[in-house]
Design a protein around this ligand. Structure first.
Ligand code: SAH
Length: 207
């Protein structure tokens, strides 16, 4: 327990040093028990700043990237947000901890089931999980103030910007499979998308 607290504090300090300063993001990352979202045998590494395998060939993103993407979404409590790529459920838990109305879509049944159960067990009961293809977004609950994609497509799936509210932000890594991608922040203004390059990243492919 003591060791965990120290590991969490180290993680938060590192994220700050790397340039994320949003207090709500840092507080959520301090509170969500990341060690519950990684496989039991990797718990000792849960707060290290690298991705970890979560089964099915997938990974939980590294803490700094989760923080960077969450900050880039520029959300306020009560905002509706869509995540494509639930994975372990960690990113969804961070958003829920910040008070957002969270919708998350996962394509691999085993990951969907495990994330749904874990989010409920940890009390993140408001997170809505769906088994399906994130390429289609989740039209029933659109528009979203923010959409975050946690795997990398080679192109932006057109349904995602369509489901953004005016002024909304889409944070998405785009690039070739197996290579590096660019993390984009796209802001919808007057029906147009304004692009901001947040840097190079390496995500698993969005299928
Ligand atoms: N946000 C996750 C990181 C998950 S890794 C976390 O916090 O743990 C990316 C996830 O995207 C994987 O679980 C993968 O199965 C999922 N994925 C890939 N393509 C997808 C698609 N088309 N629709 C929905 N999920 C997809």
């Amino acid at each position: 327990m003591e060791m965990e607290e120290q590991a969490v504090s180290r993680m938060i300090t590192l994220i700050q040093q790397r340039g994320v300063h949003d207090a709500a993001v840092l507080e959520a990352m301090r509170r969500v028990p990341r060690h519950r979202f990684v496989p039991e045998h990797l718990r000792a590494e849960a707060y290290e700043d690298y991705p970890l395998p979560i089964g099915q060939g997938q990974t939980i993103s590294q803490p700094y990237i989760v923080a960077l993407m969450t900050e880039a979404l520029e959300l306020h409590p009560g905002d509706r947000v869509l995540e494509a790529g639930t994975g372990s459920g960690y990113q969804a838990a961070i958003l829920a901890e910040m008070g957002m109305e969270v919708y998350t879509v996962e394509i691999v049944p085993a990951l969907y089931e495990a994330a749904r159960a874990l989010l409920a067990e940890l009390g993140y009961n408001t997170v809505q999980c769906r088994l399906g293809d994130g390429n289609a977004g989740w039209a029933e609950h659109a528009p979203y103030a923010g959409i975050v994609v946690t795997a990398a497509p080679t192109q932006i799936p057109p349904a995602l910007p369509e489901q953004l509210a005016e002024g909304g932000r889409l944070v998405i890594p785009v690039g070739p499979r197996g290579g590096y991608q660019i993390l984009w922040k796209l802001t919808k203004r007057g029906g147009e998308l304004h692009r901001e390059d947040l840097g190079g990243v390496a995500f698993v492919p969005f299928v």
